[in-house]
Design a binder for this molecule. Structure first.
Ligand code: SAH
Length: 376
């Protein structure tokens, strides 16, 4: 039998393992090997990022969605969800509060909502970037066409989160309706990277029918794609979805995979997700101790938070952003970490490139005109 400790050493030294080795590492895990792995991953994160944790202020600006992903509470077939959209001024209020609290990255996330066409998104991007030129803006708007992605980038968006969800074709089919495809998702990721975004992919841990083979394919994909960010959290069932009776993904496997990702990509930006904090009261702290270096607190208005129900029992839905911020500070210091108030760009992107971008955003009208002329 392969010694798991030596596999972990190899992963640590070479930042890579074969598919077969990754499989053995996942299947053979026990308490002792897990602790050894967490420790190596934690040391690796500290070597790159120190004990500072970057914060991203999450603004959940619409829960309308045209898609019908079987796991997600926002799916269009969920008729028991009260839908909402934030206005531009509500979004800017979230940013104002976030900026006051020290956030230097805002993440605009939503369902795939036709109401927010390119023009509206461009307006939001340009208002946020002109009011807060010192902040990074991350988009998480799902699948769009390459022209839209390019326009948003030119308007000043810096990063894009689009989890690939699973790299295994038949698993992808099990999780999604026929109208969606893995190949399109992967094309979108490639386009985003080619355009110049800092890009995040990722997947849920313990989603229905996820095999070790599928997890291995996810890890190999993440290694080869070299994203700047990886979003990885447990699947949690939502009662109004077809997956209501499946169990949540486990804390222990999520931490284990976070650590593997940290060792495969030592410089990746890796959040301890809200879903991880939902399945265990200390989930996010444990995530950090397993190699994560980012937390994404919610900046959405308290009135709409409950309605952005990707899954059941989401944490912090009653808290005001100011309280969340204070709570996180305490949680981080309890494990010997602190908030890093920087923008938290990927170390893979040269800071000169970022300085250039800070000056560069094009005005919306010019962008839309260019688009009409199809010159992009
Ligand atoms: N529409 C955007 C944002 C989706 S929500 C997009 O397509 O990218 C962000 C992420 O939440 C999803 O990518 C998915 O991985 C995760 N998610 C959705 N439902 C979930 C559930 N039931 N449990 C845990 N995570 C979930």
């Amino acid at each position: 039998m392969t010694n798991l400790f030596s596999l972990i050493d190899k992963l640590h030294q070479e930042q890579n393992l074969s598919g077969q080795e990754l499989k053995v590492l996942i299947e053979g895990r026990d308490q002792k090997t897990a602790e050894y792995l967490y420790d190596k991953a934690r040391q690796t994160a500290i070597a790159t990022f120190g004990r500072g944790i970057y914060l991203r202020g999450l603004i959940e600006f619409t829960n309308y969605c045209r898609n019908d992903c079987l796991y997600c509470g926002l799916r269009k077939s969920n008729l028991n969800l009260e839908r909402y959209r934030l206005s531009l001024s509500q979004i800017l209020d979230c940013c104002a509060l976030g900026h006051k609290l020290g956030f230097r990255t805002f993440v605009l996330q939503g369902g795939e909502d036709h109401y927010f066409d390119d023009e509206r998104i461009l307006q939001i991007i340009s208002e946020i970037k002109s009011a807060y030129p010192d902040c990074a803006l991350t988009l998480s708007l799902g699948e769009k066409n390459p022209k839209s992605y390019k326009l948003f980038y030119q308007a000043g968006a810096d990063r894009y989160l689009l989890r690939h969800e699973t790299r295994n074709e038949s698993h992808y089919r099990f999780l999604h309706p026929k109208s969606m495809s893995l190949s399109h998702r992967l094309d979108c990721l490639k386009t985003l990277k080619d355009i110049g975004y800092q890009v995040g992919c990722g997947f849920m841990v313990g989603s229905p029918e996820q095999s070790v083979q599928a997890l291995t394919e996810d890890l190999l994909f993440i290694k080869s794609f070299e994203p700047h960010m990886v979003g990885l959290g447990p699947f949690i069932p939502h009662q109004e979805t077809p997956f209501r009776d499946y169990p949540s993904g486990s804390l222990e496997l999520t931490l284990y995979l976070l650590s593997i990702v940290r060792l495969l990509l030592p410089k990746v930006l890796l959040p301890a997700t809200t879903a991880l904090g939902t399945i265990h009261p200390k989930g996010r702290e444990l995530g950090i101790l397993s190699g994560a270096n980012v937390i994404m607190p919610n900046l959405s208005p308290v009135e709409t938070r409950k309605k952005y129900a990707l899954y059941d029992n989401k944490i912090c839905v009653e808290d005001r952003p100011t309280d969340c911020h204070a709570c996180l500070k305490t949680r981080l210091s309890s494990i010997g970490y602190e908030i890093n108030v920087g923008r938290g760009d990927s170390p893979l992107v040269a800071s000169s490139e970022i300085d250039g971008l800070l000056l560069a955003p094009l005005p919306i009208n010019a962008l839309l005109k260019e688009r009409k002329g199809e010159s992009l």
